[in-house]
Design a protein. Structure first.
Length: 68
């Protein structure tokens, strides 16, 4: 993962951040189950919900660190 991050940074010249995503699939499955119970027509993939959780976590941490 670190090698990929370095290569991505080299090619894009943009900052690249790491994220611990080990628990996001479990959290996404729980959220997915809750959403399914609320509305049976919702069609979401676990991966898309996990990606949403990762992005929200990153944005939350970035905002907190920016105000410190």
């Amino acid at each position: 993962a670190k090698r990929f991050m370095k290569e991505l940074h080299t090619h894009t010249k943009l900052p690249v951040y790491a994220c611990d995503e080990r628990l996001t699939t479990h959290e996404a499955k729980c959220l997915y189950r809750d959403l399914q119970q609320e509305n049976k027509r919702i069609k979401l993939s676990i991966d898309s919900v996990a990606a949403k959780i990762i992005l929200e976590s990153w944005l939350e941490n970035t905002t907190i660190n920016a105000t410190d």
